[in-house]
Ligand binder design. Structure first.
Ligand SMILES: C[S@@+](CC[C@H](N)C(=O)[O-])C[C@H]1O[C@@H](n2cnc3c(N)ncnc32)[C@H](O)[C@@H]1O
Length: 217
């Protein structure tokens, strides 16, 4: 899975930011930005799978610091050009095998939950939460399947024996990629996070879901 997803996002790096120009999603982006800027204000954040740094940029306006990590150098290059803030450091890292110095009091993952195999989620959460202090603020955002939207339910072309769903996506150069894209329900998110987090909140925007909470002691 990792290899495919990594190759796909490497190939997509230069066209990735188009997802942030979709007119119908601008209100959700503004609402999510306001929420994350409040939630992470003054915190030292670990960001996994930061991509080209859209959320890093938004969150860095209020956070004390962000260590923004991604497996792909090609997206980090774009992120480094976008953001030259003194409170942001980018680092190439596989979120499944993070080795980091220091502990954080915030964790953010944007549009990465959907790309984690269902059977890998528990391990990933355990691994990343290990770098957080008790009481840390945690938030994930990802896509809802919206009819007629950029993630229409009908875009799913395959489902595997675990229930993971896949889309066949075409890049600007015409290449086709089978990409893991899961659409968790609120109940599923709560069930996965309940043993780790308190103050769990699920927020449903028009095109995205957001889940947040605080790491238990
Ligand atoms: C959908 S993009 C999200 C980027 C960014 N968080 C955003 O919301 O715009 C998924 C990102 O996950 C990264 N990625 C994929 N597998 C990864 C892994 N094992 N460790 C870290 N990053 C990974 C890809 O390189 C890509 O940048």
């Amino acid at each position: 899975m990792n290899e495919n997803l990594t190759t796909y996002y490497h190939a997509r790096a230069k066209e990735y930011d188009r997802v942030y120009q979709i007119p119908e999603e601008q209100q959700d982006l503004a609402d999510a930005t306001a929420l994350f800027q409040a939630l992470f204000s003054g915190k030292n954040i670990l960001e996994i799978a930061c991509g080209t740094g859209y959320w890093t940029d938004q969150i860095s306006k209020t956070a004390a610091s962000i260590l923004a990590t991604d497996i792909n150098e090609s997206v980090l290059e774009i992120a480094r050009e976008r953001i030259q803030a003194p409170n942001v450091v980018f680092q190439a890292a596989d979120m499944f095998s993070l080795q980091l110095d220091g502990r954080f009091d915030g964790l953010f993952g944007g549009f990465i939950w959907s790309h984690v195999l269902l059977q890998d989620l528990d391990g990933l959460l355990q691994k990343t939460f290990h770098f957080l202090q008790p009481g840390s603020v945690v938030a994930f955002i990802d896509s809802k399947p919206v009819t007629g939207g950029s993630h229409d339910q009908r875009s799913i072309t395959q489902t595997d024996e675990f229930g993971n769903t896949f889309q066949t996506r075409t890049l600007a150069d015409g290449t086709q990629h089978l990409v893991l894209k899961n659409f968790p329900t609120e109940a599923f998110l709560r069930q996965k996070l309940l043993s780790f987090l308190t103050d769990l909140e699920y927020i449903e925007l028009e095109h995205y879901w957001i889940v947040s909470g605080r790491l238990k002691a």
